[in-house]
Design a protein around this ligand. Sequence first.
Ligand code: ASP
Length: 330
Amino acid sequence: MSAVRTVAVYSLGGTIAMTTDPATGAVVPALSPHDLLAAVPHLEGHGVELRVHDFRRVAGASLTFDDLAELGAAIDETLAGGDVDGLVITQGTDTIEETAFVLDLRHGHEQPVVVTGAMRNPTMAGPDGPANLYAAVLAAADPRLRGAGVLVVLNDEIHAARHVRKSHTTSPAAFTSPATGPVGRIAEGRVRLIAAPPRRVGPLARPRGREVRVGLYTVGLGDDGALLGAWEGRCDGLVVAAFGVGHVPQRLVEGLERFAARLPVVLSSRIDNGPVLTGTYGYPGSEKDLIGRGLIPSGELGPYQARLLLHELLVRDADREAIVEWFASF
Ligand code: ASP
């Protein structure tokens, strides 16, 4: 890359930013983005100017919708000026697939946003944080990724936010796109594109700040539905993580129908990959039966993404018709 490219880096914490807490001997988020970047060799040679923002120092699991709203507003401000070519977010890997998905739904800028983190903390042999940050900055600076929305870069692979999954608890190769594979790779300090990033859906308008809770109910073998009632009066929408292509035990059918008469209830699958179906099986508790009783199929979205999309739609006061349309577009 010859001309100087400007990349903004927002650091939120996570394993990439952890060091040992002497009190417990276990690692906790502590490092600043300056510390993270100091551990990355060779960046100067790429003509990239960095603008660093120390945004949060928390574990990925503790990030909130408020954090995301604040981050989204900061990203808007940074990218609206037009003098920043791309943006990198460093955060805990526990929630990367969720934060990246939400940010992608809201992203309305041409510049790419690249989320990264680390599976091995800096005190371990072979920490992957510096390599991931290096690759993320190169991806964010690459003009060919303009218009690609939010991407996730770890282990020298570039994934679309919509397809990426954390699919291992400890491996540096934990992030995969099971449905499609990565959209690109980084090698020899260069971004190599493999496939076109998926068609973007959105962006969603700015949220109105309404407080919303979306329940997630996972079915299991022998489920008698008693715990479904625990969500009664406690949520504004419900996502069901059903078996296979969208099936639940027959004993849950009436309870779900009652919920669906009052709230949006989205039918998704516990399976990591593939769509819920809409018209193949016809017995009580099948996908066709449940959709007939008012449940909304999640399309290709898994339960965690479906929960986030429903949350984002409800905070914007979307009605049932709009919710059905949004899920259909996935
Ligand atoms: N527990 C860590 C976090 O999400 C895991 C990681 O970053 O890899 O903050």
